[in-house]
Design a protein around this ligand. Structure first.
Ligand SMILES: [Zn+2]
Length: 303
């Protein structure tokens, strides 16, 4: 049953069940920007409540490349077509948990991939573009994508924001590139922190707190990391508990710092681990696959 549990009643996403099912972000839909975030489902019938799971969208290891690459590529092309695009327009990155962002050029589009990745051309975790109709793709199995669009300059960015990219403020790096390269004004930008792991599910070591406290500030670290009661493998209480990281709030703070207006930011209320029956989730055990996030640099509406 493709039954998603939301952490509040806000309508952030729309569910589409035609073809390969996906969520779209309501804010981006209203701007007329084609976008998606996939699930485990290959197909789903909302009338009978039944579907086929096991969608392969990302290549998970090097042994798998030869067999999985064509399957993932074919599935991404179906998804692209569902957005009125094609993987001939796709720009796809390495995703190495960096905060590096690439400015897409025409040479980057639709090139054959090794695994998920465009011949390892770019050691980056985000792409920005002002080329019309470019399709940006990112993967995540708990790490949220951050969708960034500027309807005035008609530019878009998509970043993969795991904890390391979040620490490196990758959404701000993307926006800085959009400002410098495309003349964007952050006041015109809309941004969405997409589905990913929630604070309750995201236990972290002390070193993550220390990293945020030194690279951000102690006050910010205290805001986005909180101590939860915790037990060790034998059920014994861990003195002081364990830190939990709020990736949603961390990336929202970074978007505000980059100058995006508060009322232009949406934050996911869908956790991939709380919904691990619907979404692939790295933290829920075996990493079987990842979700695909897609964003097309096209604007057909107005908020
Ligand atoms: Zn959760």
């Amino acid at each position: 049953m493709l039954n998603i549990r939301y952490s509040d009643n806000k309508r952030i996403f729309n569910l589409h069940t035609e073809g390969i099912p996906y969520l779209s972000v309501d804010l981006l839909d209203r701007l007329g920007v084609p976008n998606l975030f996939t699930t485990r489902y290959i197909s789903y019938d909302p009338v009978t409540g039944t579907g086929i799971k096991g969608l392969r969208q990302a290549v998970m290891n090097t042994e798998d490349v030869a067999e999985a690459s064509p399957v993932c590529r074919r599935n991404r092309n179906i998804l692209a077509h569902q957005l009125g695009s094609s993987i001939s327009m796709e720009c796809i990155t390495d995703q190495k948990h960096t905060n590096y962002v690439h400015v897409a050029s025409k040479e980057d589009l639709g090139i054959p991939t090794v695994g998920n990745f465009a011949l390892h051309r770019h050691y980056v975790d985000g792409v920005v573009t002002d080329i019309p109709d470019v399709l940006l793709t990112a993967f995540g199995g708990d790490c949220p994508p951050v969708y960034i669009v500027d309807p005035v300059r008609k530019a878009a960015g998509l970043v993969h924001a795991g904890w390391r990219g979040t620490l490196g403020r990758i959404p701000e790096v993307a926006i800085a590139n959009m400002v410098v390269r495309f003349g964007c004004d952050p006041a015109d930008i809309y941004a969405v922190v997409g589905p990913g792991i929630c604070r309750d599910c995201y236990e972290m070591g002390n070193e993550v707190y220390d990293a945020f406290a030194s690279e951000w500030s102690r006050a910010e670290a205290d805001r986005i990391l909180s101590k939860y009661p915790a037990v060790d493998a034998d059920g014994k209480e861990i003195p002081g508990g364990k830190y939990h990281l709020d990736l949603r709030e961390a990336n929202r703070l970074t978007l505000l710092r980059a100058g995006v207006p508060e009322d232009h930011i949406e934050v996911s209320n869908v956790c991939t681990k709380c919904n691990s029956d619907v979404f692939y989730s790295y933290r829920s055990g075996r990493m079987e696959n990842e979700q695909t996030a897609m964003l097309v640099n096209r604007f057909g509406g107005a908020v």
